[in-house]
Design a protein around this ligand. Sequence first.
Ligand code: ACM
Length: 625
Amino acid sequence: MHAFHFDTLWHHSGAMEMVVTNLSDDTVVAPSLYYGSITRTLMPSKAEGGRFVRRQANYHEYAADETMALASGAQWHVTEHSLTRAAVHSNEGPKSGAILLSSGETGKTFVTDLQAAAPQRNEASEASDLRCGVLPQAQNISVENYHAQTPPHLLVRGDLNLQREASKVSALTRRLHPLVPVPFVLAAPQGTIEVSAKSSELPDDSYAIRFAGGAIEISHGAGQGLFYALVSLAQMMTYAQLDPKTYALPREGEISDAPRHGWRGAHLDVSRQFYKLGKVLRYVDIMAWHKMNRFHWHLTDDEGWRLEIKAYPKLTEQASATGMMESILPQLGADAAGQRGFYTQDDARHVIDQAGELGIEVMPEIDLPGHCACVVGAYPELLDTEEELESYHSVQGFGNNALNPAMDLSYTFSEKVLGEVCDLFPFDVVHVGGDEVADDAWMKSPKAEAMMKETKLKGTFELQAHFLRHLQQFLASRGKSIGGWEEMAHGGGVKTENCLLFAWTTVEKTAELAEAGYDVISTPGQAYYLDMAQSSDWCEPGASWAGVTPVTQTYSFEAQNDSPALAKHLKGVQGCVWSEHLTTMERVNHMVFPRLSAIAEAGWTDAEGKDFGRFETIARLMPRL
Ligand code: ACM
């Protein structure tokens, strides 16, 4: 989060007013401010509220009086009257800047656009076919009229929490839609429409917004309600700027809104293609803009291990690479030479922190016992040496790629890895995969044979369930629930308590797991796997095992029916982004959007609120990776 928020106002008298809001918890004594601005101070400075310290070309520095104490939530105003030129565009004020603390440290500062003190018009539009630009669609929208002209910014006035949330949503909007003005400022010329907020008895993630001419009032529940209200307002402001013939800011009326499902997930496979940290952070931003709240980070698979594990350094030194000299030869990556890449634990903390600020929990997936080809490549001692090589193959063609439940080392390895994962990720579900172990895995392992004799466990899936139940117990001892794909129910399955399963192979699977007593997330390949091709056209990219999935099919899919088991156990919906075919960002964008937007709407909006025509129009404007 930014510790400071920095607004600037252009005065037609020829002065520029800098307003710094302290968003940190601490009182800051005698701060300085620096920024880069093409509208420069002309020597000698005629500043009020601060002392000019120095300038080099566009770099400017001002200091507060030595006795000045800027309390948490308070504002520091500096007005410079001596400038080289008059500003005529919003990009001619400070572009970036920061607060210098007396300790010598720099406070992270969000800088908004230069505002002109133009009088705001506050008239109702005569157009009759305008609407609110929000996606997912809000549950109840009742608007009497819209503003004829969308103001560039809204002035947010309220306590520190509101100021922080508004500044955060402005920063999010800037990252996703850098060509439109930021929606919220904390200082503005007179006449700017004001936003206030109060907490109310509404459920946690619910909110209402009342529009009354020059004032906008939010009421919200105690959870993410305020954040979601501000995201809705930010979207309305943004899309009214981008498509003013269709969208406008309500002038009088009310919106009340609440999510349909608690789990609104998006998954990303970073194993088959490695995406750099910046892309992962942007994915999280895009999720937040869609009010999605669970990031399922698929960190490991046969083709590459992507998370630093201190106990097993070869996972990132070796298992994170494919190549001609590696144990895993080049696979489906874009580069014939193979690929290499992983996230350090600090990188993961960065993602967790940014996601957390945006109301998103990060669920890591460490895929066990299958999908471990790169793991056993780096640590061959994890294989039963007496088991014939390539004695079984996964559906993807990897030989002997599953940790063997008859080997102690499989448990030691899994516990050490999951132990570090539990320490790193605060979310209370850890996903351990459990998918796609070959039907005949371990059946030629003498150790597995001996174990089956001794324990009376029969066949691959009973051995698998034994191993996964052990992991479930281990995770419980660390205060976590186990997450996994639907195969976790095979061979007797894991326990239904403290467990969340992800139904993927068929549409019917969600209800089947619910009827077996499992809490379940619906992510059927036939609707929510975004690696499926969108048509049967030869040139349309994608996989086809679940058929073709045009956006209309994703949009119209309903996970919920009148099954009582689903009413009890369906926890939400999720889009899965498997990356075997996603070799370029152009392809990622073509395949993920707008289908991910459709899933976000399914997670948030009741079935009655769905309308494909309305959805399609706004989905085109949504940000891409
Ligand atoms: C999966 O698609 N293997 C869960």
